[in-house]
Design a protein. Structure first.
Ligand SMILES: NC(=O)c1ccc[n+]([C@@H]2O[C@H](COP(=O)([O-])OP(=O)(O)OC[C@H]3O[C@@H](n4cnc5c(N)ncnc54)[C@H](O)[C@@H]3O)[C@@H](O)[C@H]2O)c1
Ligand SMILES: [Fe+2]
Length: 421
């Protein structure tokens, strides 16, 4: 059996946020709202449209605005403590992936103060058959996510990444209990996003779509969403990047595309590109979307092999077919090519052109990571990437040495010869 899960409600269209919030009073009778965001968004008035509407409806609210980028367990615990005192019956997370993920963790801690993160972070092959039973969520508070970047897709995913600031260890949590109850996708919240965020979060959505399409857990349902999202991103991301608030159509299309890509990977999961990006980000502080962008070409080539050393563990097909899947993507994007190999090359070329248009550099080295620092961390990064939760759904099961080689290629660039030893 396969499945498709999404939040109970997803509101879309520019300007929908205050209208969607009317449900709190009219349909679900909520009285106390706890808003979670980061300091920048709070100081720049992003929560005002929410608090104005709550005031108008006579709903009591408070705001926690101390979420940091790559949120820590410490700040999630602080937020949860404030929740315990305030006793909300609704949580509204507004922000990029960081604020939404932090709010999900606060929600877990609020509903289940005794949970152990080590247990929750136990890896699994199949989310439906895992050994650890995640506690039931939503008994105290309804969870609403409002993205301000396009995007991580966290508003429609059952995932949250949190870092233990004492050890630096990142806990990627995954369980459908973490799925928001409602997502409100209002591009008004994204109009003035800076170029760097537009580029990084937009290319993150490209990697979500491509990994969902290649995943062993891909279905007709996730393919539809991921393909359409990709087409929209190729058309509208350069415009959103170039023109920002002067091109509201591009902003809205990007908002929808990022959420659609989120729905695709919420169900098909990701792959080794994200496994490697997680560790590259953690060790060398490269933003999440950029880290994926730097590894994407390598992973596409790696996954396309018709004679892999090892196949994925539970494929739904008999022979490797990822090359065909990428060729299908190239066809859908109207790229040329007579053979599947040519189509793959044209797809990689199109991704490189897109990256160039949004000023993403070519190699890890271009981001100022010193060669010695990179090489000193390479073994550890490769081992940890192999062990990442996302590796399990990759269509080709990587060897640690192959991960290492992909890191090296992405560090030095295409034309250099740097073999892993
Ligand atoms: N849960 C998931 O499914 C999932 C998926 C992918 C990534 N992530 C996580 O998301 C995080 C990255 O999220 P992100 O890329 O959205 O960035 P972010 O949330 O870390 O925000 C980056 C910066 O941009 C600012 N910002 C956000 N929206 C803005 C706006 N509209 N205008 C101006 N500034 C704005 C923020 O204040 C912050 O300073 C990473 O921690 C990553 O691990 C989660
Ligand atoms: Fe991502």
């Amino acid at each position: 059996m396969l499945w498709f899960r999404a939040p109970e409600k997803v509101y879309i269209k520019r300007g929908c946020l205050p209208v969607a919030l009317e449900e709190l009073k009219e349909e679900i009778n909520r009285k106390r709202v706890f808003i979670v965001t980061d300091t920048f968004l709070y100081k720049n008035g992003y929560t005002k449209v929410i608090t104005d509407k709550l005031d108008e409806m006579g709903i009591v609210h408070t705001t926690f605005y101390n979420v940091e980028p790559d949120p820590s367990l410490k700040s999630a615990k602080e937020g949860a403590k404030e929740m315990e005192t305030f006793e909300p019956d609704c949580i509204i997370a507004i922000g990029g992936g960081s604020a939404m993920d932090a709010a999900k963790i606060m929600w877990v801690l609020y509903e289940h103060p005794d949970v152990d993160f080590l247990d929750m972070a136990i890896r699994f092959q199949d989310i439906r058959k895992r050994v650890y039973k995640f506690p039931k969520m939503g008994e105290k508070a309804y969870f609403i996510a409002v993205p301000t970047s396009a995007g991580t897709g966290s508003e429609v995913t059952p995932f949250a990444v949190i870092t233990d600031e004492r050890t630096g260890v990142k806990y990627p949590l995954a369980d459908y209990e973490l799925m928001p109850d409602m997502a409100i996708v209002d591009s008004n919240m994204m109009m003035n996003a800076p170029k760097g965020l537009t580029a990084a979060s937009g290319i993150d959505a490209v990697s979500h779509s491509l990994e969902a399409i290649a995943s062993m857990m891909a279905t007709d349902y996730t393919d539809g969403l991921a393909l359409r999202a990709l087409k929209m991103i190729f058309e509208y991301l350069p415009r959103a990047y170039e023109k920002g608030a002067d091109d509201p159509e591009a902003r809205e299309k990007m908002a929808n595309a990022a959420t659609m890509a989120g729905m695709a990977f919420a169900n098909a999961f990701l792959g080794v590109c994200h496994s490697m990006a997680h560790k590259l980000g953690a060790f060398h502080h490269i933003p999440h979307g950029i880290a994926n962008a730097l590894l994407l070409d390598e992973v596409l080539r790696f996954n396309s092999s018709n004679v892999p050393e090892k196949m994925g563990t539970f494929p739904q097909y008999e022979h490797p077919h990822t090359l065909e899947r990428y060729a299908e993507v190239a066809d859908y994007l109207n790229l040329d090519g007579n053979t599947n190999e040519e189509k793959l090359e044209n797809l990689i070329k199109a991704i490189d052109e897109l990256k160039k248009k949004i000023e993403i550099k070519e190699t890890i080295r271009d981001y100022g990571i010193e060669e010695k620092d990179f090489l000193d961390t390479l073994d550890e990064m490769s081992q940890q990437a192999f062990d990442d939760q996302c590796t399990g759904s990759n269509p080709r099961y990587p060897l640690i040495s192959e991960i290492k080689q992909m890191y090296l290629n992405a560090y030095y660039g295409k034309n250099s010869k740097n073999d892993a030893v």
